[in-house]
Design a protein around this ligand. Structure first.
Ligand code: PEP
Length: 240
């Protein structure tokens, strides 16, 4: 039986009707190998299903005058177990800083929520063979100053920015080597053995072969995770 996991980043997709349909098809699955991160407004709806849930984003204070934000304390009311931290869309569109990401990670851990920390290089950096250097920088910028105990609770999602939503992905060898590189760096710098997911254009067609990459611990899936039948097929691949 496979042990990789799928994390569904549903972003700002789906209407209430589509969410109902999604829950009808997948809502009875209760498995550590399938985690749904819905648009926040649908978390309550999803919390009535059996699915394990994550947030797409989380704030770093428990409560207060922070218009539009959701705290880890509030997320816990809905049995949230994971939170995506530092997705490239939030870093680039909403200008999330390394300092914010560090605080978000600490807040998650304080509430027993596993942070899924996203890193990834741009197309230009990839073409200039700077991927490893960039990823190392992104890790150090946020992990430095965190307690080793906190680092040991983090999962990393390696998401090349140029692969997100484009249909282009690195070669399997590149994914394998980069994932191994990330694990080695975290081990060397912080003495922590960390889980690493791959994200970026994973779908029903390529999941079978990506699933063969042994060092990868699972997948962060965006667009394809909003189609329940496609997601179900992908889930069947990782559990088989
Ligand atoms: C993502 O943005 O986390 C992602 C993996 O997106 P997609 O699968 O659509 O490339």
């Amino acid at each position: 039986m496979g042990n990789k996991r799928i994390f569904a980043n549903q972003k700002m997709y789906m209407t209430k009707k589509e969410v109902d349909e999604f829950i009808k098809i997948l809502g009875s699955i209760h498995s550590e190998q399938l985690v749904i991160c819905p648009t926040a407004i649908y978390v309550e709806k999803f919390s009535q299903s059996k699915l394990i849930l994550g947030m797409q984003n989380i704030f770093y204070e428990d409560s207060g005058a922070y218009t539009g934000e959701i705290s880890p304390l509030q997320a816990k009311d809905y049995h949230i177990q994971y939170a995506i931290v530092g997705h490239s869309e939030r870093r680039n569109i909403l200008n999330e800083s390394n300092d914010m990401l560090k605080k978000k990670i600490q807040a998650c851990i304080a509430h027993n929520i596993t942070p899924i920390f996203c890193i990834g290089e741009t197309k230009e950096q990839y073409e200039m063979h700077k991927t490893n250097e960039i990823l190392k920088r992104q890790i150090i910028d946020v992990f430095q100053g965190l307690k080793i105990h906190d680092i040991s609770k983090i999962m990393i999602a390696y998401e090349p920015i140029w692969a997100i939503g484009t249909g282009f992905i690195p070669t399997e060898k590149e994914i394998k080597d980069t994932t191994q590189y990330i694990k080695n760096i975290v081990w060397q710098l912080f003495d922590v053995s960390i889980s690493v997911l791959y994200g970026g254009s994973v779908n029903e067609k390529n999941v079978q072969s990506l699933n063969q990459i042994d060092v990868v611990d699972g997948f962060l899936v965006g667009g394809a995770s909003t189609k329940p039948k496609e997601l179900l097929k992908m889930y069947e691949v990782v559990v088989s």
